[in-house]
Design a protein around this ligand. Sequence first.
Ligand code: NZQ
Ligand code: ZN
Length: 381
Amino acid sequence: MNFSYLNSTQIEFGQGQIQRISTLIPKDQKVLVIYGFGSIKKNGIYDQVAEALSEHQWLEFSGVEANPTLETMNKAVALAQEEKVDFILAVGGGSVIDGSKYAAAAVCYDGDGWDILEGKHTVTQALPLAAVLTIPATGSESNAYSVLTKAETQDKLAFFSDHVKPVFAVLDPDVMKTLPERQLANGIVDAWVHVCEQYLTSPTGALVQEGYAEALLKSLMRLGNNFDNQDDQWRANLMWSANQALNGLIGLGVAQDWATHMIGHELTALYGVDHARSLAIVQPWLLRNQLPAKKAKLEQMGRNIFMLPDSDDLAELTIQHIEDFYQKLNVSTQLTEHSEPKVEAIEKIIEQLNLHGMTQLGENGAITLETTREILESAIA
Ligand code: NZQ
Ligand code: ZN
């Protein structure tokens, strides 16, 4: 398929690169630094950012939750408007960066910011934004996506705008040294599923996209298998792999799925499941459900990633290997967090998907609410 490609985010990769902020943000810009619940205060990242901004006028907004909410981010919007800030610096993971993207766009919009998520307002303007990444996972640091939750109604929606693509992103692998194992495993799984969403469709003949997707899967699998031997190289490889998995490149000109993500978002909104964990719960069952449509690509993945020999059940064996990979990282492949009976949990998820228009998901639009119901029958314990 035709495509037009520009990834304009300047990447500053490597140890000690946080200091680059001092020259990358013009000195005459008033900066709003946005961060989460204080991990950056404990691990020295805050101090490095403060040092780099010592010649700038800056203020801060903290308390962005994992899975950022509209309610919290609207307070950042109000602060940015009141203080007339020129530039937003997000210091955190996907949540802080996504929340900051929303703030950057909402500051320039007079209406209700949720319009942006509901597609009632197309972003045409945003404050410039940059990111200091503290957890490799989402790729948000150099893409144009943002996912936000309206806590009041448990709606988790995404928007896309090139106007909120970070101007630059600092990727210093040392920031990962304080990440809990749970977050590191989440990062591997999220990046892995990002590649799968753009690769596990039908054969495309796009040699570069498929070949690069496979290189990323191989890299992520090696990192997952070496989870207990983390060193500088391991961290650098994970940070770069996760970035490349969702910076737009491997999805160019090819069909994309994203059904696992759309269903997963509902699990997070309703049951507070970590984003990556919601994906591991949905994906294996979705792949089994969609096996006829995805057979050729699953077989290709089995041969090229898991080095499996040809057999009649190669596609199914590949799904089992994916599932084993998650389980070895202590990431569950079934939802256990729901408090109500299984039937009611399924009903609730289906209702939310319907409300959000997620009624024809997947690369062929073949995953209807009925199909999702079948998938959830297995995915929910
Ligand atoms: O709040 P603090 O104290 O900073 O703690 C955070 C948070 O609790 C902690 N953390 C981050 N860096 C740390 C650290 N702890 C110790 N040391 C560090 N260096 O980690 C916790 C999780 O952070 P979060 O930002 O939520 O993780 P992640 O990067 O996985 O982001 C998840 C969010 O991104 C969205 C997800 O839906 C979810 O809301 N996504 C965004 C995408 C995008 N923009 O392209 C695509 C993804 O598919 C995804 O949907
Ligand atoms: Zn994801």
